[in-house]
Design a protein. Structure first.
Ligand SMILES: Cc1cc2nc3c(=O)[nH]c(=O)nc-3n(C[C@H](O)[C@H](O)[C@H](O)COP(=O)(O)OP(=O)(O)OC[C@H]3O[C@@H](n4cnc5c(N)ncnc54)[C@H](O)[C@@H]3O)c2cc1C
Lengths: 496, 354
């Protein structure tokens, strides 16, 4: 098992060498290496994995970032970029022989162009801070991860983060125009443009979601959208998962693209009600939230149709938010799902697969069977509109063997997602967490193509090495433990 | 169908071994686009057909040789569409060509470009390896986003075999309005409207006329039409107008002068360039019919925060696409090397040294 792996001990001679090289241009306060100073950086939001970094660098200028990169490149020291550290897949997990490059000091909104509806921001700006800054202009930045009050735009770009509204408004990749990045060699490159496209390959898309493996993001130009005039949400309760799943398909089939479409199973609504009192029924199999936005006329029309469709799909109860306060209360429950899971269980493990919508009920049923198999409870919340599941496996890390069982349970959920035609990660990234599952999703030639992409940007493999894409050797090892669907995945590779 | 893939793969392998260039071709409707076409023709037209289409998933998967018209007809039957309104530029235009050129129509600034709707691809790379990236679901961050990298790469990174696209419902109602104004006023209006929650799905300006298309729920379209003003255009005439813009059959594209495509920041004031212009995409796209020299056009695009493409006609030896700064070009070369080490896939179609 990989979690709680033994920490790599710091090589103090190497540490002294790197610190000395960085001191040449960084103030002392921007370099941390004492154990108690670097300890706070030992993990991101996936706390089961921890490793103290050899050195933490906290630059304040682009020039400093470039010089850090040049220095590390020359000394062959790996570099891990970090935003707010809210990532859920261990993407910002430090390396014991590496430099953790924190972009936390890059907090400036550089420019807001109201007429062109774009904002140019530094990578450490929080997601929500952008929408707050442009709210007086009637604009907002659409992607809204639940962590938006803490996570940074740099991290969002690196993970291609989504949010509850991405069915209608897209992911990070759909809402950015341009990036200013530093290559591993410390050169600055501008990717994309202020126009709607750029000449050459779509490197903007390639870098988005690349988990800090291709370049360090120094500046992001985001698109801003006009705030919808009005929004309303329908809450629908179902006593049957099958019907709940079908209702999602029915709404889409009717030609409606809701602004948000979320589903919670009974375990989730119970956890949430105890925590946030959102007004959900807890005696039903599932609760759905379906939001529409637009002009008042449009919303009135669409919300009525959604309610009718929910009723026709067999909802035991539907309720339309009367006012803004109630709409926010309905959402408050969903948005508190993770902390609510934390309140009913010592630990929880958040999964992130995506499946075709039509398989929702089937997948939930099979997760229930897995709960019995592993002897663990699981609460399910998900972005039903785009089939992105977040099963929350509840466990207690202090009970021997429970974390291992949890991880095995999680891996089996991901394989279930693949089996029904989905993917192992919808928005949280692969990081260190799902690296083995990548061996199941992709065949060796595809993984090799990923490695070649990596080398096209980072020949020496110094940017966030070991994350996101497994080596073939690792897959062979994993495959040995784990023969996939009766087929050997890596028949040509040596086994050990 | 696997036999076709095997054959294509063999052709690629042989070409790679002999370093013989291949010219990938679907329906041949976009031969005019990009650098000079040369090499042995690798036809993808036989690899056709819709593989999977489930309307409630909002996803269609089809083989690259499938005619766009066939895809759009299948979608229309279920009340759905390709929301990026790809131009066809002639009969027989295929899905592969659409994705490889990455060209989108009038709806682009309001709904997104081809690349925004691509969810996954299956390709043969320059070694003939059959690879899949992305998938058939809306949200997927496993592995680098090779699907979008391939989109618009003009066949220089791989031969597209299959593509999965997100689709959207057809709007319930649609209205086109026509307003008389100057070019500067048109640009100002397009940007002002875009900052308001209005259901605009296309804008175009030429010769004193600004066309605006509204699409969506009837009530929303009617309310927006009141706010915008102007004269409503009869549906058949509106359809003809937007098709003319999308397919470049509109009179403003006629004539022998080279056609330039300037993709710029939407607020860019009227460009003082000789020749005839048509503005689209809320101000972000300027079509220019002009004999002006390349440097003049490219400098204007650069100053406007964008880039210029020699779209049709003219002297291709000056380079069809906007030159890239050296650091960026180096990344392009490295990526080309990663996918097509022998340099045989559509060489020179995008940049001379790719
Ligand atoms: C309670 C909670 C709810 C969440 N909800 C959602 C959700 O709804 N949707 C969603 O998508 N995610 C969600 N997340 C996950 C997480 O918030 C996102 O992945 C977020 O984008 C991470 O941002 P960060 O600034 O914390 O990045 P970090 O965790 O610091 O880093 C994430 C990755 O990005 C890289 N990185 C960071 N900054 C840069 C940079 N400047 N240049 C290059 N690489 C960089 C890191 O190396 C790492 O690989 C949630 C997390 C929590 C804890």
């Amino acid at each position: 098992m990989t979690a709680v792996a033994e920490q790599v001990a710091v090589d103090f001679a190497r540490q002294r060498e790197v610190v000395a090289a960085l001191r040449a241009f960084l103030p002392q306060s921007s370099i941390l290496f004492d154990h108690e100073d670097v300890k706070p950086y030992e993990c991101d939001g996936l706390t089961a994995y921890r490793q103290v970094p050899m050195v933490v660098a906290l630059p304040e200028t682009e020039d400093q970032v470039c010089r850090i990169l040049k220095t590390c490149h020359a000394l062959k020291v790996p570099v891990v970029a970090r935003g707010a550290g809210t990532g859920l897949s261990g993407g910002a997990l430090p390396l014991g022989n590496g430099v953790l490059l924190s972009l936390a000091k890059f907090k400036r909104i550089v420019e807001i162009d109201e007429r062109a509806r774009i904002a140019r921001v530094q990578p450490g700006v929080r997601n929500l801070a952008i929408s707050e800054a442009v709210a007086p202009l009637g604009l907002y930045y659409a992607p809204d991860p639940s962590s938006q009050s803490a996570c940074t735009i740099g991290g969002n770009v690196a993970e291609n983060s989504g949010g509850v509204h991405c069915l209608k408004y897209g992911l990070t990749v759909h809402n950015i125009l341009r990036l200013r990045v530093a290559t591993v060699e410390g050169d600055i490159v501008e990717i994309g443009s202020e126009a709607l496209d750029a000449a050459g390959y779509d490197l903007l898309a390639l870098i988005t979601g690349s988990e800090g493996l291709l370049a360090v993001i120094l500046e992001v130009t985001v698109r801003l959208l006009p705030k919808p005039e009005y929004a309303q949400v329908v809450m629908a309760a179902f006593d049957d998962i099958e019907k709940a799943g079908q209702s999602v398909a029915n709404v889409i089939a009717a030609g409606i693209i809701p602004a948000g479409f979320e589903m919670m199973d009974q375990a989730a609504t119970r956890a949430v009600e105890g925590f946030a009192r959102a007004g959900y029924r807890t005696d039903v199999a599932a609760v759905l939230l379906c939001e529409t936005d637009g002009t008042r006329e449009e919303v009135a029309d669409e919300i009525r149709r959604v309610q009718e469709l929910m009723d026709a799909s067999g909802a035991v109860q539907t309720e339309v938010s009367r006012d803004e306060a109630q709409r926010l209360r309905f959402w408050a429950g969903r948005k508190a799902a993770f902390p609510a899971a934390g309140a009913i269980s010592p630990d929880y493990y958040c999964m992130d697969g995506t499946i075709p919508r039509r398989r929702i009920a089937e997948v939930l049923r099979r997760i229930t069977q897995l709960e019995t198999k592993y002897g663990l409870r699981c609460a399910n919340v998900f972005h039903a509109g785009d089939g992105n599941l977040h099963p929350l496996i509840l466990y207690d890390a202090n009970l021997p063997g429970e974390l291992d069982r949890t991880e095995a349970f999680g891996a089996e959920i991901l394989e279930l997602c693949l089996e029904v035609g989905g993917t192992i990660t919808g928005e949280h990234g692969v990081g260190v967490e799902k690296i083995n599952s990548m061996c199941v999703q992709f065949k060796p030639a595809e993984l090799e193509a990923f490695h070649r992409v990596k080398r096209a940007f980072d020949e020496r493999g110094l940017l966030n090495p070991g994350k996101a894409v497994p080596t073939l050797t690792r897959c062979a090892e994993y495959g040995r433990m784990h023969v996939h669907r009766g087929q050997e995945k890596f028949p040509d590779l040596p086994r050990f | 169908m696997q036999d076709i893939i095997d054959k294509l793969s063999r052709l690629i392998r042989d070409a790679a071994a002999q370093k013989r260039p291949l010219c990938i071709r679907g329906g041949g409707t976009k031969d005019f686009y990009g650098g000079p076409v040369h090499g042995y023709k690798l036809n993808t037209g036989d690899y056709r057909g819709i593989v999977d289409y489930e309307p409630t998933e909002l996803v269609i998967t089809a083989r690259a040789g499938t005619p766009l018209a066939e895809i759009e007809a299948a979608l229309r039957q279920k009340g759905q569409m390709l929301a990026f309104e790809p131009p066809q530029f002639g009969e027989g235009s295929t899905l592969g060509g659409c994705v490889a050129t990455g060209l989108s129509g009038p709806r682009r600034p309001y709904s997104g470009a081809v690349r925004d709707f691509v969810l996954g691809v299956r390709i043969l790379d320059g070694k003939g390896d059959d690879l899949r990236f992305g998938g058939q679901v809306m949200k997927n961050v496993a592995g680098y986003d090779v699907s979008r990298l391939i989109t618009g790469s003009l066949g220089t990174l791989g031969v597209l075999l299959e593509v999965s696209l997100k689709v959207l419902p057809l709007p319930v109602s649609e209205t086109t309005l026509r307003l008389k104004c100057t070019e500067a006023e048109a640009i100002e209006r397009m940007n002002r409207w875009a900052a308001q929650p209005l259901p605009i799905t296309a804008t175009a300006y030429r010769d004193g006329d600004l066309g605006v298309r509204l699409s969506g729920a009837r009530v929303a379209v009617e309310a927006a039409a009141k706010k915008i003003g102007g004269a409503p255009v009869a549906p058949a005439q509106a359809e003809h107008f937007w098709t003319g813009i999308r397919e470049q059959t509109d009179p403003s594209f006629a004539g022998d002068a080279p056609l330039w495509r300037l993709s710029v920041k939407s607020t860019t004031p009227p460009l003082a360039l000789p020749g005839q212009q048509l503005i689209e995409w809320g101000g972000a796209l300027r079509w220019l019919k002009s004999g002006a020299d390349a440097k003049t056009v490219r400098d204007a695009a650069t100053r406007a925060g964008g880039h210029a493409t020699l779209f049709r006609g003219g002297d291709k030896t000056i380079g069809v696409f906007h030159p890239l700064p050296p650091a960026l070009m180096k990344l392009h070369r490295n990526l080309k090397q990663a996918f097509d080490p022998a340099g045989i896939l559509n060489p020179g179609r995008l940049y001379a040294d790719l």
